[in-house]
Design a protein around this ligand. Structure first.
Ligand SMILES: [Zn+2]
Ligand SMILES: [Zn+2]
Length: 344
């Protein structure tokens, strides 16, 4: 997980190539800055890749961006959602209400929507759940006393998609060849889109030019290996016929192969440093998370960032368990790992 140190400025709406637009939609109060919504022009109306954050400012930017492209949001024919995170799927409901457009998503992400959003009360319980989770990981009581209580209004529930995406499927973008590529890792159902006639990969959060997406063990698949899935998904999209990557955050870029190698190396370095940390004896999940380099000193991270860091560390440790390099010590709380016994 790497978040930018300062907010990324929002670039203007622009035509990427004739008939394909990039419309940056701001994410208020978030260092990521904006989500790049892409719009394909078709004779049935625009098809969007992602929708943006559900907020009036974001909605107005989408409306203005669509107007520059010569459309109204009511004209939309469909929305292809890369994954269910609110900065991608948030505005889908409002677009659907305005236009009657279909909304398509991979079923593994669609299945998680009923568990998201909800009341402030539920989110308050969630903060307590996070505290319990950090104690389980090995945090001491005084390390987690600074709590970030959820503030402001509760987040509305997101719309359930009415179309399913499947791996390799040619999706409904009239006049264009657009193929879905299932890329689990950042989320279980994350999906990228290839446009082979124009050598493009619309990458969602899977591959970003300078930051890496958060990887955590999913509540929907507690025994999964999301880092292993993510690395496999990086190799899956790394095809020589991709000239440009159009990501959902930051800016578009070339040299996909180079970026894939950088991201894999970033995670391999994390795995190596965890092994080094464990070479001096068993360690708790919390201490292992603390030992890794994050984008800010550990003491400056708030409880939600600690949770993200612990979750991401847990995903790396899970991957090392799968590779039989380490083992979790059974029955011990807080959660503790050790190097795997060498077989003679
Ligand atoms: Zn995401
Ligand atoms: Zn995102």
């Amino acid at each position: 997980m790497e978040v930018p140190r300062s907010a990324i400025p929002t670039p203007p709406t622009e035509q990427v190539l004739p008939g394909l637009w990039s419309i940056p939609v701001p994410i208020p109060n978030n260092p990521l800055g904006h989500t790049n919504v892409y719009a394909f022009e078709t004779d049935r109306g625009p098809v969007l890749i992602d929708a943006g954050w559900d907020d009036d400012t974001s909605w107005n930017s989408l409306v203005d961006g669509m107007a520059l492209a010569g459309y109204r949001v009511d004209d939309c024919y469909g929305v292809l959602v890369t994954h269910m995170h609110p900065d991608h799927h948030g505005l889908s409901a409002r677009i659907h209400a305005a236009s009657g457009s279909w909304i398509a998503m991979h079923p593994k992400d669609a299945a998680m929507i009923p568990k998201m959003g909800g009341s402030d009360h539920a989110r308050s319980d969630f903060v307590d759940e996070v505290a319990a989770m950090l104690l389980d990981a090995g945090a001491s009581e005084d390390e987690i006393v600074v709590r970030t209580r959820p503030s402001g209004k509760s987040r509305p529930r997101m719309i359930e998609p009415d179309r399913e995406l499947s791996d390799g499927q040619r999706v409904d973008v009239p006049g264009w060849r657009v193929d879905a590529v299932w890329t689990p890792g950042h989320s279980p159902g994350h999906t990228c889109f290839r446009v082979p006639d124009h050598a493009l990969l619309l990458a969602g959060d899977h591959i970003l030019p300078t930051i890496t997406p958060h990887i955590a063990i999913s509540r929907a698949d507690r025994h999964g290996d999301p880092l292993g899935d993510f690395i496999a998904s990086l190799h899956k999209v790394n095809q020589p016929d991709v000239a440009w990557v159009l990501p959902a955050h930051e800016h578009r870029f070339e040299h996909l192969d180079h970026r894939v190698r950088e991201i894999v190396a970033h995670h391999e370095a994390h795995l190596e440093s965890l092994l080094t940390e464990l070479s001096s004896g068993p360690k708790t999940l919390w201490d292992l998370a603390k030992s890794l380099a994050w984008n800010r000193p550990w003491g400056e991270l708030d409880q939600m960032m600690h949770r993200a860091a612990v979750n991401e560390t847990a995903a790396h440790l899970r991957h090392l368990v799968r590779r039989e390099r380490i083992a979790r010590i059974k029955g011990l709380k807080p959660i503790t790992f050790e190097l795997a016994q060498q077989t003679p």
